[in-house]
Design a protein around this ligand. Structure first.
Ligand code: PMP
Length: 320
């Protein structure tokens, strides 16, 4: 059988699920935790799935001619994935990103040849930030294709079509809980919908940065978790359109330093080098796994990206 792939895009998805045996033993957990290692996607994060889906969607709708520009707002990973796929397909990529994301991500974006517009992190404290950034992108880039990961239905749809079924098939349907974070909400909404359709009792949990850990006027630059947001106090209009809030059964708040510390434990106990949001998601999965009612159950935690992407990030450094 031929083993030659024709493009980077052929390598997206079908990521492995790995059971954390050492971690379970070391922490005395009653439940099994399986991690879905999304950093094994070819541009290094879960966002490869989404970026490829958005590009295919735009190609199918005839919006993309060779040399066209793709534009989006991202905490880095969608930008990196679009930049890689854009390079493979012959499109330019322009990215709007908060200036507080991990410096490693800016280096990666430049390395892939993307154009980067840094947005002051304080801008995102505005309750109307999502609406305003969307309007700004449309206005400044009238000729580009705005992939709009926050609202494009192709985002949750790709998780419904790929990530969810991969988890169901890999576990033979033995999955009692699924844990993710919410950036756009695409992962939890798409995977969650698929799993609940197969088994309505699957428990869906999300990890969020605790309210007290968020930037404020007194503390404008605290350690943060790239890519995931606090949703509990948010008004419905402040949440991304792609986040199906009603599908979530439980929200686990945590401090970003706990997220980074959990990522470090995963690296040291299992050799799995995951990013800060992955640490947050594993922290939340661990909270469930400690509960008596989860004894013997199977919890799937999705690890969005690799710790290599945060070696120069303040949150990772704050935990060591
Ligand atoms: N973790 C990281 C590192 C991310 O970049 C993102 C996306 N912003 C997420 C988690 C959340 O994924 P989703 O957008 O599917 O909610």
């Amino acid at each position: 059988m031929a083993r030659i792939h024709n493009s980077l895009t052929d390598l997206i998805g079908d990521t492995p699920l790995v059971e954390l045996h050492n971690y379970r033993r070391n922490h005395g957990l009653g439940a099994r935790i399986l991690v879905k290692i999304e950093y094994l996607n070819p541009a290094g994060s879960v966002k490869d799935r989404l970026a490829w889906a958005l590009v295919q969607d735009a190609e199918e709708r005839g919006l993309l001619t060779p040399g066209a520009t793709l534009v989006d707002v991202t905490s880095g990973n969608t930008g990196i994935a679009l930049a890689a796929i854009g390079a493979a397909r012959g499109y330019r990529v322009k990215i709007y990103a908060s200036d507080n994301i991990s410096p490693d991500k800016f280096r990666l974006l430049e390395h892939y040849g993307a154009e980067v517009v840094k947005v002051d992190n304080a801008f995102f404290l505005d309750p109307e930030a999502l609406e305003k950034i969307t309007a700004r992108i449309r206005e400044e880039n009238p000729d580009a294709v705005f992939t709009d990961q926050l609202a494009n239905p192709a985002n949750p749809e790709v998780h419904y079509r790929t990530t969810g079924p991969e988890i169901w098939e890999a576990t033979g349907g033995v999955v009692d809980a699924f844990v993710a974070g919410v950036g756009t909400g695409g992962t939890i909404s798409g995977v969650g919908r698929y799993l609940k359709e197969r088994n309505p009792s699957v428990h869906l949990a999300i990890a969020e940065p605790a309210f007290a850990s968020l930037p404020s006027e007194d503390n404008p630059h605290p350690p943060e978790i790239d890519g995931v947001h606090h949703v509990t106090e948010a008004l419905p209009e402040q949440l991304p359109a792609n986040f199906a809030r009603d599908i979530v059964d439980e929200i686990v708040p945590l401090d970003p330093v706990e997220a980074a510390a959990t990522a470090r434990q995963l690296a040291r106990e299992e050799g799995i080098l995951a990013g800060t949001s992955a640490g947050a998601i594993l922290f939340a999965a661990t909270e469930l796994a400690r509960r008596p009612d989860f004894a013997g159950k199977t919890i799937v935690a999705l690890l969005p990206d690799s710790g290599e992407r945060y070696l120069n990030a303040s949150t990772f450094r704050a935990a060591s």
